[in-house]
Design a protein around this ligand. Structure first.
Ligand code: M6R
Length: 585
C-alpha cells in the first residue's frame, strides 16, 4: 500500500525516481509525487491519477524522494498526494502507513500554529519534524517517529541535509546499495534493474544516508548505531518486466507452467522437520488474507484428507481474537505472497507474544514476515506484480501439499503427484485452451452476477474464484459451498444467471446435484473439471489430479477473470481501489 522511493547519488534523481516509481505502481496508483533537493531548496511536483511524465523532468538535483499513493485519509486530490512539507518547507516527506493517533497530534500541532495543506494523516510528520528542527534534522525525524502511533515508513529530505533520512515503524523499507549511490524503497523491484544488493531496515530503526558516505543505521528509541549486512537478492530485473505479454497477470498465469515445480524445490529435511512440528503441536493455525487466506482454508482440507490432521484457518485480521487459545505448544503457519500484509504481521506478532512458533510461506526473501518467522518456506515464484495473485496461489498450495504428504509419511508420493500435476498444467496452458476460455468470457462479460460453487477441496477455490473475478472484471461474483446454495443464495438464481461448478472428476455426485438445482431454476451451468457432466451448459476441462484439483481448477478461473476484465475494458494489473500489498490494517 503506497510505494516509496528515495535516491542519493551522483546522477540526476528525477528520472531515476520516475522509473522506480513506475515499478512500484502496483502498490497504489491514485496519485503520485516527487521532491528533489537542489542548492538547499526543495522542488516538488505532484499529480492525481497514474504516473505520467508531467513536470517530473524539470526537477533538479541528485537527491530526491517519490511516492505513489493508495488513499487512506483524505480524498484522491492533488493536495493529498505526497510529498508533504511543513509550514516553512524545511523538509519534504513521503509516508506509507496509518498514523493511528493523528487526530490528537494534528490538534496539538494546529494549536502550536502549524498550517495544514492536506487532509492526510501523513502531513503531520512534516510538522512534527519542523517542531524539533532546531535539534538538527536527524534528531527531529527521530523525535517525530517516537510519537507516531500505528505502522509507518517515512522518507525525508531536508534543505539542511545533503542526503535522505528514513525510518520504519511497521511498514517496509529496504536500502538498495549501488556504486556510490543508494536507493530506499518499499519494495525491491523499485531498484532491481540498478542493484540487487540490499540492506533491510527493521522495525524501530532509521537510516541516515548522507551523500558520499555509507548509510548509518540507528535504533529509533535508543539512538544506538546498528551494524547491517549487505544481502544479495537472486531475482533478476527481467523477471519484473512483462516481456512478450500485454499484462503481468497473463504472464504470471502462464508462468504456472514452471512455478509449481520451482515451489517444490525445498529442503526435504526442512519439510520433514516442520511436518514433525505440525504433528507435535497442540493446536495448529493457518493464517493469511484474501487469496492467501483461501489457500489457508484449502489447507484445512489438505491436512485433514491427506494427513488426518486437524488444522484451523483463521483470517489474519480476526486472528487476534483467538489469542486465548494460543500457548507455547501452538504452531502458526502464516501464508503471504508479499510477506508485508499488515493483518498477517499483526497475527504473527500476537502469536509470538504468546510464545507460538511461526512458520511462514512467502514469496519474498527478507520480507518482514520472513524475518519474523522461526522458519520460512520461500515459494520461489519470482516477483508477482499483478494485483491479482495467481502464480503465488498455486505455489503456496504446492507447499501445503508437500507438508501434508510429509506428515502422512508419504512425501515422495506427494512430490510425484505434484510433479505430474505440474506437467499436466504445462499441457493445459496452450493457446487453444485460452481461446476456449476467452469465448466463454465473451459470453459472460455483460452478466451482472456470477456464482461459483464447490465442495470439499474445491469450496475454498470457489471463494478464491470469486475474488479473481471481482477484482479483475468488477463483476459481482460470489463463491459458496455447493451445499449452502439451497439455504438462501439460490434465491438469486434467475434465467441464465451463470454458475460455475468446480468438480474433481470423482465423487462429484453431491456437487452435480447442486448444479442440477441451479439448472432447474434456469441458471447457466459452467462446469470446470475433468469430466463433462450432462448438466453442464458449458465446460472447461481440467486434468484429473484427485486431491490436487484445487491447483488445476483455479487456473482456468484466473484466465476467465483475465478475459472478462479485458472484454470489460478494466485495468487488469492495477484494478480500481486495490493495491498489491496491503500494509495497513
Ligand atoms: O501478499 P499477501 O499474499 O499477504 O496478500 C494478501 C491479499 O491482499 C491478496 O491475496 C489479495 O487478496 C489479492 N489481490 C488477491 O488476488
Amino acid at each position: 500500500m503506497c510505494g516509496i522511493i528515495g535516491y542519493v547519488g551522483h546522477r540526476e534523481a528525477a528520472p531515476i525516481l520516475f522509473a522506480s516509481l513506475q515499478k512500484l505502481e502496483y502498490r497504489g496508483y491514485d496519485s503520485y509525487g516527487f521532491a528533489t533537493l537542489h542548492q538547499r531548496k526543495i522542488w516538488i511536483r505532484k499529480n492525481k491519477g497514474k504516473i505520467s511524465e508531467a513536470g517530473f523532468e524539470k526537477l533538479p538535483g541528485t537527491i530526491g524522494i517519490g511516492h505513489t499513493r493508495w488513499a487512506t485519509h483524505g480524498n484522491v486530490e492533488k493536495t493529498n498526494a505526497h510529498p508533504h512539507v511543513d509550514c516553512e518547507k524545511h523538509v519534504a516527506i513521503v509516508h506509507n502507513g496509518i498514523i493511528e493517533n493523528f487526530e490528537i497530534l494534528k490538534k496539538r500541532l494546529k494549536k502550536d500554529g502549524h498550517k495544514f495543506r492536506s487532509q492526510t494523516d501523513s502531513e503531520i510528520i512534516a510538522h512534527l519534524i519542523e517542531n524539533n528542527i532546531g535539534a538538527g534534522v536527524e534528531e527531529a525525524v527521530r523525535r517525530a517517529m517516537l510519537v507516531l502511533g500505528g505502522r509507518s515508513a517515512v522518507v525525508v529530505i531536508s534543505r539542511d541535509f545533503d542526503g535522505i533520512i528514513a525510518a520504519r515503524t511497521g511498514s517496509p523499507l529496504i536500502v538498495g546499495v549501488g556504486e556510490n549511490e543508494y536507493y530506499i524503497a518499499s519494495d525491491i523491484p523499485a531498484f532491481l534493474n540498478r542493484t540487487n544488493k540490499v540492506m533491510y531496515l527493521d522495525d524501530g530503526q532509521m537510516v541516515i544516508i548522507e551523500k558520499n558516505k555509507a548509510p548509518v543505521f540507528k535504533d529509533i528509541k535508543s539512538n544506538d548505531i546498528i551494524k547491517k549486512r549487505i544481502i544479495t537478492i537472486d531475482w533478476d530485473a527481467e523477471q519484473i518486466e512483462k516481456g512478450k505479454y500485454k499484462h503481468y497477470m497473463i504472464k504470471e498465469i502462464m508462468e504456472q507452467k514452471e512455478t509449481i515445480i520451482r515451489a517444490l524445490n525445498q529442503d526435504s529435511r526442512a519439510i520433514k522437520k516442520v511436518a514433525n512440528e505440525i504433528d507435535k503441536a497442540f493446536g495448529v493455525f493457518l493464517t493469511g488474507c484474501g487469496t492467501a487466506g483461501k489457500v489457508c482454508l484449502t489447507g484445512e482440507y489438505i491436512f485433514s484428507n491427506i494427513a488426518n490432521k486437524h488444522v484451523n484457518y483463521v483470517t489474519s485480521s480476526e486472528f487476534p481474537n483467538y489469542k486465548n487459545f494460543l500457548t507455547k505448544k501452538t504452531l502458526l503457519i502464516a501464508v503471504s505472497q508479499s510477506g508485508e500484509t499488515a493483518d498477517v504481521l499483526e497475527a504473527v506478532k500476537v502469536a509470538k507474544e504468546k510464545g507460538v512458533k511461526v512458520i511462514s510461506i512467502t514469496n519474498v526473501k527478507g520480507s518482514t514476515l520472513d524475518r519474523m518467522s522461526d522458519y520460512t518456506f520461500l515459494i520461489n515464484a519470482g516477483p508477482e506484480k499483478a494485483v491479482a495473485s495467481t502464480k503465488a496461489t498455486t505455489a503456496q498450495l504446492a507447499i501445503l501439499y508437500l507438508l501434508a504428504y510429509s506428515l502422512a509419511k508419504n512425501i515422495d508420493h506427494g512430490k510425484r503427484l505434484l510433479l505430474e500435476t505440474a506437467s499436466k498444467i504445462n499441457d493445459m496452458l496452450n493457446p487453444r485452451y485460452e481461446e476456449h476460455i476467452k469465448k466463454i468470457a465473451k459470453r459472460l462479460h455483460r452478466k451482472k452476477d456470477i456464482f461459483i460453487i464447490g465442495r470439499g477441496f474445491n469450496y475454498p477455490m470457489a471463494l478464491e474464484s470469486a475474488i479473481k473475478i471481482q477484482e479483475v472484471s468488477y463483476i459481482h461474483a460470489q463463491g459458496f459451498a455447493g451445499g449452502e446454495l439451497k439455504h438462501g443464495p439460490i434465491a438469486l438464481i434467475e434465467k441464465n444467471t451463470p454458475c460455475i461448478v468446480l468438480t474433481k472428476g470423482e465423487d462429484d455426485h453431491d456437487i452435480i446435484s447442486n448444479a442440477m438445482e441451479v439448472k432447474a431454476r434456469g441458471g447457466l451451468v459452467i462446469g470446470v473439471g475433468p469430466k463433462r457432466y450432462g448438466v453442464f451448459d458449458l465446460w472447461i476441462k481440467t486434468p484429473s489430479v484427485g486431491v490436487l484439483s484445487p491447483i488445476v481448477n483455479i487456473i482456468p478461473i484466473q484466465l476467465l477473470a483475465y478475459h472478462l476484465g479485458l472484454f470489460r475494458g478494466c485495468e487488469i494489473d492495477t484494478p480500481r481501489n486495490l493495491a498489491k500489498s496491503v500494509t495497513v490494517k
